[in-house]
Design a protein around this ligand. Structure first.
Ligand SMILES: Nc1ncnc2c1ncn2[C@@H]1O[C@H](COP(=O)(O)OP(=O)(O)OP(=O)(O)O)[C@@H](O)[C@H]1O
Ligand SMILES: [Mg+2]
Length: 415
């Protein structure tokens, strides 16, 4: 089967993809990349921001005002991406207007009735938003809805609220709404959650805990974990490079280094080697603790992330999907309508994922899923004379990056 078909097949498993994870790990960026990849694979995609659009318009390079109405974000040759925001107030207003309360609706909502009601009925805001998602999903006017979910703590509450309301409300429209939302959350053909993390200790811990909570408390299908901002192995960042940049440069026939150049290179190589070591350890741990396939995305070396970088990440997700082990792909695809009654195949405790020993993800190095553009490699430490790009005498090599310039997103993220 041709690669684009594989991507489209994978993306058509569920009509709604909820992209969740800890604050700052790249949920919005991954949402944009997934939507773009889906559009390039021929799907008609609607991206949903909660409360506000965040960076979504910037990520698509779209000069649009992102609100409750849909706006175009991207047009590919085969598919397109549109975007909109869902807020509880707008969802309530729409609900009241649809239920014959047009005249009072605007006044009620503008007087802040929702704030009063939501104190009395916890979970009402979440139900209004998820109810709207469910309505959009049922309308069936788009191939795929991608929801940029709130950061983890809120996301768990966001997704558990329907169960809570179902327990609390005896009857009436609220109960009906909650029941229909729960039905959607339990149906992998309709909705699945993709959790995003970076390969660092705290985000990985939080992701593992969230995955099990979502399975236990919501019973939602979990798709592959997206490990964002992975450092691809930089050839030559080895012990010799850390110790002897001058010797290696001389062996490569380069003129003597300028003052401070060797120590800058040593620091950069040390930083990069340290990052790679942490990453390998965390990827192995994630693999051991959570039996879900992983889609690894590269760290993008760029000052800003815009449409070009999103395209790069979209391609990387596509390739990572194609690299999924066939068994993992089959388990993910086991939720297609033909076998919709199968148990949630991606759930942490039930996923028929290969053992760590046989999983392609067990290797400590991430797969070469597309090198970050601005990460030139230092000369190979083991063969200095054969290095294609010896360090330039006039300027220190750009890679590995010095620490300050290369903090991955979560390093700066809130705890
Ligand atoms: N693969 C990547 N490579 C490099 N930088 C990245 C990558 N993914 C995201 N970033 C950067 O990390 C920062 C956080 O990303 P993003 O806003 O997507 O995270 P988020 O999880 O949506 O955050 P929040 O929880 O605040 O909504 C941004 O500055 C973004 O440009
Ligand atoms: Mg975000």
């Amino acid at each position: 089967m041709s690669p684009p078909m594989e991507r489209a097949r994978f993306l058509r498993q569920s009509r709604v993809l909820v992209v969740g994870g800890k604050g700052g790990v790249g949920k919005t960026t991954v949402t944009a990349a997934l939507a773009r990849m889906a559009a390039d694979a021929g799907l008609d995609v609607l991206v949903l921001g909660l409360d506000d659009a965040g960076a979504l318009p910037v990520l698509f390079g779209a000069d649009v005002t992102f609100g409750y109405d849909e706006v175009p974000l991207y047009s590919g040759t085969a598919g397109r991406v549109r975007g909109r925001v869902i807020t509880p107030d707008d969802a309530l207003l729409e609900y009241l207007m649809d239920h014959g309360l047009r005249r009072v609706a605007k006044r009620l909502v503008s007087t802040g009735v929702l704030d009063v009601v939501s104190t009395a009925i916890p979970g009402i805001r979440e139900i209004l938003v998820l109810g709207k998602v469910k309505q959009l999903e049922r309308l069936d006017t788009t191939d795929l809805l991608v929801l940029d979910a709130p950061a983890t703590g809120h996301a768990v509450r966001f997704l558990t609220s329907a169960n809570g309301l179902l327990d609390a409300a005896r009857g009436g429209p609220l109960r009906t709404q909650a029941a229909e939302v729960v039905e959607m959350l339990h149906d992998p053909v309709r909705l699945q959650v993709l959790l995003v993390t970076v390969a660092e200790e705290t985000p990985v811990n939080e992701l593992v805990e969230t995955a099990f909570r979502l399975e236990d408390e919501v019973g939602v299908m979990l798709g592959p974990v997206v490990v964002n901002a992975c450092y691809l192995p930089a050839a030559g960042v080895g012990e010799r490079w850390l110790a002897d940049p001058e010797v290696l440069a001389a062996a490569a026939g380069e003129p003597p280094m300028r003052l401070g150049e060797a120590s800058a290179l040593r620091r950069a190589a040390g930083f990069r080697a340290g990052r790679e070591a942490v990453q390998s350890e965390q990827l192995e741990r994630l693999n051991a603790e959570l039996p879900l396939p992983q889609l690894r995305l590269p760290f993008v070396f760029s000052d800003d992330i815009g449409p070009e970088q999103v395209a790069e990440l979209a391609e990387a997700i596509g390739r990572a999907i194609e690299e999924l082990d066939e068994r993992q792909l089959q388990s993910a695809l086991a939720t297609t309508p033909a076998s919709a009654d199968a148990p949630a195949a991606g759930a942490p405790t039930s996923a028929p994922v290969p053992s760590a020993a046989s999983a392609p993800f067990a290797a400590p190095e991430p797969p070469a899923a597309g090198a970050p553009p601005a990460a030139p490699e230092p000369p190979a430490a083991s063969a200095p004379t054969a290095a294609p790009e010896p360090p330039a005498a006039s300027a220190p090599p750009a890679a590995p990056e010095p620490p300050a310039a290369t903090q991955p997103p979560a390093a700066a993220a809130s705890p």
